[in-house]
Write a protein of this length. Structure first.
Length: 396
């Protein structure tokens, strides 16, 4: 595999010792040519062994943490099934995610439902299928459970203030930890069992020390909720594990080691279950996109390359998830590189996937590889402009 089209950038300083990991494709250009002959392009290639290795690395570094893969990141069966086979459980937010998980082999007792604001239909469909762990973060959601599913186990979600996460998942959901004891008491008065506290430090959380900050707050809330009568027995530390894009991130085992130390320091004295809901950190690196140059032109003095995949497809993560995907050209080391614009296939001028990566002069028909395409890519792709969503192919 040749080196990437742009030199990878070092990650932000985290103040903790660690090895760095960079993004890399799960297949070679030779394999990509072979697969593209067979399946066409664009194609997302999922490496089962990469996925399973990530799961095993996480488990080895966090042996006491049960993994509930967040299906939101990618609910394709080619991601869900290997994770099921490796021993993971799953976090679902909707009936369709639940159905994908069932198809992959998970049973409802291996699922938790983590959407704090559920429609009654979503709640009842998942309940009727057998899910018994549901999330709340306010009185209104407590009342939904009281009315429709009073016998479930309640997960109370705390809002998390994190500093190094690219995507804030607490602006919309999670109660202020200060309000948690009152909510736990209210739920208890209304007959519900609050058995779990959860939080999410935010997605693409670059610094594991953010977990320590939140764990310290969560421990305070935990003790106060127990004092308020909540039968707490599970701590859910959410997701947030980062993946390398054009910027490298901390190695997974170093990241988990810091997290493990923080868990010991904050909750180590309690005989409780600890669970996590990694999405991106579990699946992102297992997938590589094969896309083809379908046109080129020169506009405003710059070469423009048009791909058969763009921001309405697998590059949707660029828009919704701020992901800075690295484009890899086979000729990157043999032809001189220059500034260029790389655009997607739709008629929308906004459909541009890169403006700041230097690439060699590309010919129409050439393939590009885009690593770290597993999380928040196909999951948020649309068929806009009548174009097909990239097909998914599994290897090894
Ligand atoms: C999105 C989400 C996750 C997964 O987050 P990642 O940053 O992809 O690990 C986990 N739990 C909940 C409740 C989420 O909303």
């Amino acid at each position: 595999m040749n080196s990437s089209a742009t030199s990878a950038v070092l990650p932000v300083r985290t103040g903790v010792d660690h090895a760095v990991r960079f993004s890399k494709p799960v297949l070679s250009f030779d394999q990509a040519r072979e697969l593209s002959r067979q399946y066409g392009t664009p194609t997302i290639v999922i490496s089962k062994s990469t996925l399973t290795n990530t799961y095993r690395t996480m488990k080895a570094a966090l042996p006491n943490v049960e993994m509930f893969y967040a299906a939101k990141a990618n609910s394709d069966v080619s991601i869900l099934r290997p994770l099921f086979q490796a021993g993971s459980s799953v976090d679902v937010c909707s009936y369709r995610e639940l159905q994908s998980a069932l198809l992959a082999g998970f049973s409802p007792d291996q699922m938790i439902h983590t959407h704090p604001c559920k429609t009654i239909q979503n709640l009842m469909d998942c309940y009727n299928e057998g899910v018994r762990w549901f999330t709340v973060d306010c009185s209104g959601e407590i009342d939904k459970l009281v009315r429709y599913t009073p016998d479930v186990n309640v997960i109370l979600r705390l809002a998390a203030a994190s500093t190094s996460s690219l995507i804030n998942l607490s602006a919309k959901f999670g109660c202020d930890p200060v309000d948690a004891p009152a909510l736990a008491a209210e739920a208890g008065r209304k007959g519900l069992k609050v058995r779990c506290l959860s939080f999410h430090v935010g997605s693409q959380c670059l610094n594991p020390e953010d977990f320590r900050t939140m764990l310290t707050r969560a421990r305070l809330a935990w003790d106060q909720c127990v004092a308020a009568g909540a039968p707490l027995e599970v701590l859910d530390i959410g997701g947030g594990f980062p993946a390398p894009y054009r910027t490298g991130v901390m190695s997974l085992s170093d990241y988990c080691r810091h997290l493990s130390t923080a868990l010991d320091a904050t909750f180590g004295d309690l005989p409780i279950r600890i669970i996590a809901e990694p999405g991106r950190g579990m699946c992102a690196e297992a997938a590589t996109l094969i896309t083809r140059v379908v046109g080129k032109s020169v506009r405003g003095g710059l070469p423009w390359y048009f791909l058969d995949e763009g921001i309405y497809g697998s590059f949707s993560g660029k828009l919704f998830d701020y992901s800075d995907f690295e484009l890899i050209a086979e000729a990157a080391d043999v032809r001189p590189r220059s500034a260029c614009i790389v655009a997607g296939p739709t008629c929308d001028s906004h459909d541009v996937v890169s403006t700041d990566q230097e690439l060699p002069d590309l010919e129409v028909g050439e393939l590009l590889l885009v690593p770290t395409m597993g999380a928040y890519t196909s999951a948020s792709a649309s068929g806009f402009n009548g174009l097909d969503i990239a097909r998914v192919v599994e290897i090894d």
